[in-house]
Structures are given as structure tokens and as C-alpha cells.
Design a protein around this ligand. Structure first.
Ligand SMILES: C[S@@+](CC[C@H](N)C(=O)[O-])C[C@H]1O[C@@H](n2cnc3c(N)ncnc32)[C@H](O)[C@@H]1O
Length: 439
């Protein structure tokens, strides 16, 4: 299709109500292990499941997500007994996905959690900690991030978190340890002065943070239920041989550790240009779990970041080039950031093409936005770019996002997500699923 035909195709495509999942309750979207960890712009599992219903007809299929985030695609694939591979540059995403996709025997996990909680009670009841050896009781506070930790946490919370971390580091079963790390990572926001209503790093000096031990107890009990439910749905052959079915990495979406022609279906949602700075949004977890030595360098590896270094690479999509040109005219720096974003995505689509089997499909979920008055037609540009990578444009789904599921709005001036009351335009009342076929 020519660029004009693509633009027309998008204009003519009506909203398909079957893809809104209007009736979904939080208990549906947070079922199984999906409620382990919050994650900005995460999928609802129902969307992923519906795509699998449409395109997967055999029980031995292989599913991939190059931007796996909190692992919605990966968990859904594992729940169906399929092979799941994925990557994300964000180390928090890797940790969360691995834990969410690993079903643990419920009785056994319950015992380990009980033990863990009783150790926490001991140090809560007895601040001297006589039941512990000195090394266990010593709070493990990552020294090199002390300044950032003190920026976000009161002294008491910091010390309690350090003791919880010390207990987790003592856990010898890796799957159980990852389960605890995810619980800790999830509660960090509640225990800090990070504004509870903000996704972005904003301090709320009036906030009364929840004591870490209370927060983690409550969250572990929720996670235990999620694990038990997930354990019951994952087929036995997968539980017995999980390493064969689950391949998740921390690496770039442009170079996955996945063989050529091996994947049946890709279901993914990319980052957006200069919208969420994922490295910054997960900084509490990154500093506590010591996931990055150099935060500045870490940020640059994320697609869509404004910390990007520009290289001499060419943009192939005409639609993307027109957007860049319009933006450069208004704001050169922003224009260059958008250009870097579309070029990065071009390389991701090439990689998608490489790993898919002939007859396989990629499904990219993406919304459009407005930035400094310029229409950023991500979806149309993605469609054209997929063609450049060798895909045939197979199907376009336009879906409404019920605001109760994704109640975020974008600020029209900056294009960044903002809280509902502050934003002056709705984020994604609709979004697209652009589907490419490797013939
Ligand atoms: C919209 S989120 C994906 C959310 C996911 N669908 C879910 O359900 O949680 C986009 C993801 O892209 C990741 N990302 C950004 N740059 C990347 C890169 N160069 N390679 C791989 N992943 C990257 C971000 O860390 C983020 O997790």
C-alpha cells in the first residue's frame, strides 16, 4: 500500500466494539499473576487472549513479545501451554515477567511466605533482632544509591526495607526469591514519598507512607492467591519443563536471542516517543534492587527516550518523515527525538520479520497522539514501516479503550501522560492493532 492508501485505510476503519472489553472488571484484568506489579501502559490480558484465539490454532505454537514490559503476553502464552519468548531493556520488566510466568507449587510457596513473614514479625517486634545472626539483621541498603534512597524514603522505612532486602537475599530458592523481589519492588512506591497518584517521579511531602512490613505482608497475601490460581491453569507439561517454554531476556528489542523463522505470533505494544521514561519511572526498584550502575547510560538504551544519542541512520517511512519534518519546523530537538524513535522501531520490525515463521503474524498495539500541535500518527507510520521490513499489511483493528481501564490523558503541549484533572486532551480514546503477515 502507498502512504496515501495507508492513511485512507486508517480513516475508513471503524471502531470494532468486540475489542473494547467493556465488561472487564479489575478482577478480570488482574487475574492470575497479572496483579503482581503495576506497570505503565500494560496490556489487559483479554486483548492478548483474543488475539491468540484469532491466530493460534495449534498447541505447540510459539509467541513472542519484544517489549514484554510486565509480561502480559508471556503469562498468557504460558497459561495456554505455549512457548513464550520476549525481551525488555528494563531490568524491572524482566524480573516481573519471570516471576509472573513462573508457577510455584502453592503449598510450598505458602510455607516459604509464612517463614518469611514470621522473620519480618520478629524484627518488627524486637528491634534488637536477637533471633537473627548479625549479618541477617543488618539492613542491606545499596550504598551507591544512598542519596536517591534518602530522597524518597524516611529513615525508618529505609532501614526496614533494608532488613526485608537482607531476608530476601538470604532466600536460596530462586523462584521464591524472585517472587519476594517482585513483592518488594511493587510496594516501594507505597512506602516512599513518591506521590501515589502520579506515575512520574514526583514527591509528595504530605504523604504518609505505609510501613514496609505492613505493605509487603498485604501484597504477598494477594500474590499468593494469584499464584495458586495461575498454577491451576498452567498445563502440567509446562510446569514440569518451564525452561523449555519460557525464554525471557533483558536485551534490546532490536536483537533478540530467538532463532530465525521460529515464532508464530508476536503480540506487543511499543514505548511511545518521549512519553514515559521507563528508566525513571522504575527508579525506586532500580536503586533498591541495584539494577543499574549508571542511571544516565541506562536511560539511553530505552526506545522513545529523550536521552537518546542521534546516529546517522535513515528513515524509510514517508508518513514518519512527514511527521518529523512538521515537528522539526516547530521544535528541532523534539523532531530529532521523533526521528530516532521511528528509526529504532524500523529496526525492531526488521527483527520481528527475522524471527517469525513464514505465515506468522506480528500484532502491534499502538495509539496516536498530538505533540506541540503536531499529529503523531504512530500507527500509520508503523504500518508503513512494517511494509518496509517485508510484512504484508494483513488487518487493522481500531479499538476503544474504556476509560476505566486506561484512565490516562495526555497533556496537549508536552504530549506526556498527565493526571486526568490536569490534562486537556484524552490519551487514547482509541488505539490500533496493526497486524503484519510474513508471507
Ligand atoms: C508499553 S510498554 C509494554 C507493556 C507490556 N505490553 C505489558 O503488558 O506490560 C513498552 C516497553 O518497552 C520497553 N522498551 C523500551 N525500549 C526498549 C528497547 N530498546 N528494547 C526492549 N524493550 C524496550 C520499556 O521498558 C517498556 O517496558
Amino acid at each position: 500500500m502507498s502512504p496515501n492508501e495507508i492513511l485512507e485505510w486508517f480513516k475508513q476503519t471503524p471502531v470494532d466494539k468486540a475489542w473494547s472489553f467493556n465488561g472487564c472488571k479489575p478482577s478480570d484484568t488482574g487475574k492470575w499473576t497479572h496483579g503482581y506489579h503495576r506497570y505503565p501502559a500494560k496490556f489487559i490480558p483479554q486483548l492478548v487472549e483474543h488475539l491468540m484465539d484469532c491466530y493460534i490454532t495449534n498447541g505447540t505454537a510459539s509467541i513472542n513479545d519484544p517489549f514484554m514490559g510486565s509480561g502480559t503476553t508471556i503469562v498468557s502464552a504460558i497459561s495456554r501451554g505455549l512457548c513464550a519468548s520476549g525481551t525488555d531493556i528494563n531490568k524491572v520488566a524482566h524480573l516481573v515477567t519471570k516471576a509472573k510466568a513462573t508457577p510455584i507449587k502453592p503449598d510450598y510457596l505458602e510455607k516459604r511466605v509464612k517463614q518469611f513473614l514470621s522473620s519480618i514479625c520478629n524484627f518488627q517486634d524486637n528491634k534488637q533482632g536477637f533471633l537473627f545472626s548479625k549479618s541477617q539483621m543488618h539492613p542491606q541498603i545499596p550504598e551507591k544509591h544512598l542519596e536517591r534512597i534518602d530522597y524518597w524514603f524516611a529513615e525508618e522505612a529505609r532501614d526496614e526495607l533494608g532488613k526485608i532486602l537482607a531476608l530476601i537475599l538470604d532466600e536460596t530458592d530462586q523462584a521464591v526469591q524472585a517472587f519476594f523481589f517482585v513483592a518488594l519492588s511493587h510496594v516501594l512506591k507505597t512506602c516512599s514519598i513518591w506521590s501515589q497518584s502520579s506515575t512520574k517521579p514526583t514527591r509528595d511531602m504530605k504523604k504518609r507512607p505505609t510501613p514496609p512490613a505492613d505493605a509487603i505482608k498485604r501484597h504477598l497475601s494477594k500474590m499468593l492467591k494469584g499464584n495458586a490460581y495461575f498454577y491451576a491453569v498452567v498445563p502440567s507439561h509446562v510446569k514440569e519443563n518451564l525452561e523449555h517454554y519460557l525464554n525471557v531476556q533483558t536485551s534490546s528489542a532490536k536483537a533478540q536471542a530467538v532463532p530465525d523463522d521460529s515464532v508464530d505470533l508476536i503480540i506487543s505494544s511499543s514505548p511511545y516517543v518521549t512519553s514515559y521514561e521507563y528508566a525513571d519511572l522504575h527508579q525506586l526498584s532500580t536503586i533498591w534492587l541495584d539494577l543499574a550502575d549508571d542511571l544516565k547510560e541506562y536511560r539511553k538504551q530505552f526506545i522513545g527516550t529523550s536521552y537518546k544519542q542521534y546516529e546517522d541512520r535513515s528513515l524509510f517511512s514517508q508518513i514518519a518523515s512527514d511527521i518529523v519534518e512538521e515537528m522539526v519546523f516547530k521544535n528541532k530537538k523534539k523532531g530529532k527525538e521523533i526521528e530516532a524513535f521511528f528509526i529504532d522501531m524500523q529496526e525492531v520490525f526488521d527483527e520481528s520479520f527475522r524471527i517469525l515463521k513464514p505465515g506468522g503474524r506480528c500484532c502491534y498495539v499502538i495509539g496516536n497522539t498530538k505533540l506541540k500541535g503536531v499529529d503523531i500518527r504512530n500507527a500509520e507510520a508503523f504500518a508503513e514501516s512494517l511494509q518496509h521490513s517485508g510484512f504484508k499489511l494483513d488487518r487493522l483493528i481500531k479499538r476503544e479503550i474504556p476509560l476505566k481501564i486506561l484512565p490516562q490523558k495526555r497533556d496537549e503541549k508536552t504530549g506526556r501522560f498527565a493526571s486526568n484533572d490536569k490534562a486537556n486532551s484524552e490519551a487514547y480514546p482509541t488505539e490500533y492493532i496493526v497486524i503484519g503477515l510474513k508471507e
